[in-house]
Ligand binder design. Structure first.
Ligand SMILES: Cc1ncc(COP(=O)(O)O)c(C=O)c1O
Length: 375
């Protein structure tokens, strides 16, 4: 079955107790044992497993073509669970422009864990190979990347990891692409991480994350322990909301992509715009790879305004339809001055504005940017 159909049916069933078509939210924290001590329906305590979380995990594993999925309370809780699975002395390879939150997880949360990290340009396989060490256990990729929209060739990275040995695991953060546009596991990547806060839930009303694996492996098993015992789990209502959002995922993501392509093309021709970062543009450095490994180019783009930081900030301030807010993947378009969000040490250019292109009409979005960019 196609992804549109699976998004609506995977992990769903008619509620056997009531016949309800829309699943109930199971708030119960605890589940009855049989007189002989078993848990006949498979649930004992909601931190370990819960019907709403279970259904969402089944659905997400199915959409990504994976063996199994683990849902967490946020996208960064997923990254935390993966990094927690490493041992002192282990080495991580991560993109030099990785989502800044992952840098915080590695550099702040795990500062004392004795884990080594090299940040490399993942678009350069030669640099990735050169950065490998005998202690490398994790290659984390993010494509398209946030906020520079760099594209990493997933098949090449998977090949490099395979050649480096069976203990080197690859994880792709596919948040910007979703399983609708990109299939990392089919490219040989071991696991996929998503912030479900974004396109997957799709309405800017629930924070969550998921780790999906292609096969049994030690890092996934350790992440499972982090979920069961560590307990960074999403609530039943969070799971229910996320699962509901998935019903329309394929259609939303395609509409986001169409709008973003129109806005990107329009920005390219604007005299006040220095550069547009969107992988759908033929001039984008990663366009060829993106055209091969994605079925459309997604709803995220960034652009550099001619001038300086003050000018970039003033463009954001003048937006009327685009909402000045961080995050992405909801129905409404968002714009932000990314460098000031990321703070000290960021590599993001000071004139760069990141846009999450929403589901409004593209003409209205363009009109808003036109008046915001006018001098
Ligand atoms: C690419 C990417 N990965 C991970 C995250 C973290 O997700 P969360 O905010 O759900 O923890 C974000 C958040 O913006 C993101 O953009």
């Amino acid at each position: 079955m196609r992804i549109e159909t699976r998004a609506i049916h995977a992990g769903r069933r008619i509620d056997p107790g009531t016949g309800a078509v829309t699943p109930p939210i199971h708030l119960s924290t605890t589940f009855e044992r049989s007189p002989t001590g078993e848990y006949p329906l498979g649930y004992s305590y909601s931190r370990e497993d819960n019907p709403n979380r279970h259904a969402l995990q089944v659905c997400l594993a199915d959409l990504e073509g994976g063996k199994e999925a683990l849902c967490f309370a946020s996208g960064l809780a997923v990254a935390t669970a993966v990094v927690q699975g490493l041992e002192p002395g282990d080495h991580i390879l991560a993109p030099d422009d990785v989502y800044w939150g992952l840098r915080n997880v590695i550099g702040v949360v795990f500062a004392k864990a004795g884990i080594q990290t090299s940040y490399v340009d993942m678009t350069r396989p030669d640099l990735v190979k050169a950065a490998l060490r005998p202690e490398t256990r994790l290659i984390w990729v993010e494509t398209p990347s946030n906020p520079l929209m760099k594209i990493t060739d997933l098949e090449t990275i998977a090949e490099i990891a395979r050649a480096a040995g069976p203990n080197v695991m690859t994880v792709c953060d596919g948040t910007f692409a979703t399983p609708v546009l990109q299939r990392p596991l089919e490219c040989g990547i071991d696991m996929v991480a998503h912030s479900t806060t974004k396109y997957i839930s799709g309405h800017s009303d629930v924070v969550g994350g998921v780790l999906i694996t292609r096969h049994d492996n030690y890092l996934f098993e350790r992440a499972r322990k982090a979920q069961h015992y560590g307990g960074g789990v999403p609530s039943p209502f969070d799971c229910w909301l996320t699962h509901r959002g998935i019903d329309t995922l394929a259609y939303r993501v395609r509409a986001h992509s169409e709008n973003a392509m129109r806005v990107a093309c329009w920005l390219c021709a604007h005299p006040q715009v220095e550069r547009v970062h969107y992988p759908g543009l033929p001039g984008h450095a990663g366009h060829e790879i993106a055209a091969r490994q994605m079925s459309a180019f997604g709803g995220m783009l960034s652009f550099e305004v001619r001038g300086d930081r003050v000018r970039a900030m003033s463009v954001v301030a003048r937006c009327e339809l685009f909402i000045r807010a961080t995050s992405l993947g909801g129905a409404h378009s968002l714009i932000e001055h990314r460098a000031s969000v990321e703070g000290r040490g960021t590599k993001t250019p000071d004139t760069l504005l990141r846009c999450s292109i929403g589901l409004e009409h593209a003409d209205d979005l363009i009109a808003d940017l036109e008046q915001a960019l006018s001098l």
